[in-house]
Design a protein around this ligand. Structure first.
Ligand SMILES: [Zn+2]
Length: 208
């Protein structure tokens, strides 16, 4: 079965890690409790007690993260990130991360929680950055935009697909189409890519 590493609603019968709010969690077999950096308040307010309980019933935490271009001031976002990562570590939950122009800050936080399984979702950028995230133990999920990046695709062909998954996030197409496109770009049979990424997802979501 194909795996969609990150979406906000399922787009096919594929295994999908759906990122949503508390009120939607029970709708999906694999739901990730979201506290998007764009939606954070201007000032840090401690997480409500109910958040912990809700997270306990979710498959994962996220998307959470850092965004230098949107949301409250970066230090406020960082404070939330620290609190959330500590909670995920305590409850042994994997974490889906959104990160825009704050890689160094993210890696700084990551170093304090080396045991956490973390997925950097919607990666775009240079191979060097991807390699750096891998060195720090991140799983990475890619969408169509990344697959249209010739340099990145070339890098993935030579580096292999360790820790790599695919996602639909905002695109309407199902993950089966994204995987088909990825298989073509990466010169791998689609079935093999599907099996590889299924295994990567198991390691991200279900290994402890
Ligand atoms: Zn998203």
């Amino acid at each position: 079965m194909a795996t969609d590493f990150h979406a906000h609603r399922p787009k096919s019968a594929a295994r999908t890690l759906v990122s949503c709010g508390a009120e939607e969690l029970s709708r999906y077999p694999l739901a990730s409790l979201e506290l998007h950096p764009w939606k954070l308040p201007e000032q840090f307010v401690p997480l409500p007690r109910a958040f912990r309980e809700t997270l306990n019933g979710a498959a994962a935490l996220g998307e959470i993260g850092l965004d230098r271009l949107r949301g409250p001031a970066l230090p406020v976002q960082q404070r939330y990130l620290e609190e959330l990562l500590a909670l995920a570590a305590e409850l042994h939950k994997p974490v889906v991360v959104h990160c825009v122009r704050a890689t160094e800050e993210l890696l700084g936080a990551r170093r304090r929680f080396p045991e956490l399984r973390m997925l950097f979702h919607g990666f775009r950028g240079k191979p060097e950055r991807l390699a750096r995230l891998r060195e720090h133990g991140f799983f990475i999920s890619l969408g169509v935009a990344a697959l249209n990046d010739v340099v990145l695709v070339e890098y993935l062909r030579s580096s292999g697909l360790g820790g790599i998954g695919f996602e639909t996030d905002e695109v309407p197409e199902p993950i089966e189409s994204v995987l088909g496109f990825a298989a073509e770009k990466l010169h791998i049979p689609c079935g093999e890519l599907e099996a590889r990424t299924d295994e990567t997802f198991r390691n991200f979501c279900f290994s402890e």
